[in-house]
Design a protein around this ligand. Structure first.
Ligand code: ACO
Length: 325
């Protein structure tokens, strides 16, 4: 009997305020046409000034917990992927733990920018498979609006806020094939030599400020398409399956052109790709669980579907997770 980490439930929270491309036209020298053509983004959610990442994460975590049918007392811990914590320390995760009444157990943040959720999921899976935890809440939460330079049209039109997550539960299974429910593989990568392609120009030990996002868009685009296709192919090969066996690709939502190019490279119809970038924008670590939750709620993703999650972000970092939902 092998232990698998099964997704018991998903949950999400999106801030009330919606910022449209037309709104952005009034803030910087841009147009709905440019943003739509280059990124596929039409609207995005922006947190209220007094809403922190921990507030978003707590609401998303509560939603996932309620949908799981479990009580907070049954969880062994919480991992939050975020690049926009409320404070340098303590972590967002301990705030979520306290707010939801999760008993003493592991709680920490993961910083891998847009790949953060895949990194956090891989860590949670390792704790569960090793028997160090039976049930974990894994959340991606971001207030990207707090590190965007709202005068920089090359970045402010892309990023947005939100939070979402999953409850993972250990389940024993005699079936070791990909037909069994649970996480079947995770692959994580980083190449720090490429860190200057996407970064913030500040931090606690350098400037004493959180800084603003700086990005070499074209270069990031190139790496995003090639790395995403490589990790996806690696996941398929390791599990002995083909792209046809995958029911849904749930990618990090950075840009519709990256999603289309990745699907094309994999010879996967775009209809099998969950796309939310048009109404979520790029919510960094929150984007994959937000897309997952949306597709579960609207009935596209059903129990038993084979999902391939993949992401690339600042660092550069990238990774994948193959999951039987
Ligand atoms: N509105 C109007 N014009 C703009 C805007 C804007 N918001 N932003 C830039 N421009 C102008 C530029 O100034 C430039 O003008 P110029 O030709 O006179 O110099 C022109 O548009 C073209 O700029 P490029 O940066 O070359 O445009 P590109 O086609 O590369 O698109 C984009 C930019 C959308 C950022 C694209 O490169 C991209 O999607 N890159 C991927 C980066 C990404 O998604 N990062 C997110 C984080 S990483 C991740 O999540 C994968």
């Amino acid at each position: 009997m092998a232990i698998k980490s099964v997704i018991k439930s998903t949950g999400a929270y999106l801030p009330e305020k919606i910022l449209s491309n037309q709104d952005l036209e009034k803030m910087v020298d841009t147009s709905d046409e440019w943003i739509t053509q280059r990124s596929g983004i039409k609207t995005r959610h922006i947190a209220a000034d007094d809403q922190t990442t921990a507030d978003l994460a707590t609401l998303a975590g509560r939603d996932a917990l309620e949908r799981s049918g479990l009580s907070a007392g049954e969880l062994d811990g919480v991992i939050v992927a975020t690049t926009t914590p409320d404070q340098t320390f303590p972590s967002v995760a301990v705030k979520v733990q306290a707010a939801l009444g999760i008993p003493a157990g592991l709680a920490f943040d993961v910083q891998a920018v847009c790949s953060g959720f895949v990194y956090a999921l891989a860590m949670a899976d390792n704790f569960i498979v090793r028997g160090q935890a039976r049930r974990l809440l894994v959340i991606g939460a971001e207030k990207m609006s707090s590190i965007v330079d709202w005068k920089d049209r090359t970045t402010c039109v892309l990023f947005a806020d939100g939070a979402a997550g999953v409850v993972l539960e250990a389940q024993e299974s005699a079936d070791e094939s990909v037909t069994a429910r649970g996480i079947h593989s995770t692959h994580l990568y980083a190449d720090g030599n490429l860190r200057d392609l996407l970064y913030t120009d500040g931090g606690p030990s350098s400037t004493g400020t959180s800084g603003h996002i700086k990005m070499q868009g074209r270069e990031v685009f190139k790496y995003a398409v090639s790395h995403m296709a490589t990790v996806v192919n690696e996941a398929l090969e390791e599990n002995g399956i083909s792209a046809d066996d995958v029911d849904w690709l749930v990618p990090h939502q950075a840009n519709i052109r990256i999603l289309e190019a990745t699907a094309k490279k994999l010879e996967m119809p775009i209809e099998k790709v969950v796309v939310t970038v048009d109404h979520h924008g790029n919510t960094s670590a929150a984007s994959i669980p937000l897309a997952l939750h949306e597709a579960v709620c609207d009935g596209r993703i059903k129990q038993g579907d084979l999902l391939l999650l993949e992401a690339m972000g600042g660092g550069l970092t990238w990774g994948s997770a193959l999951i039987r939902f």
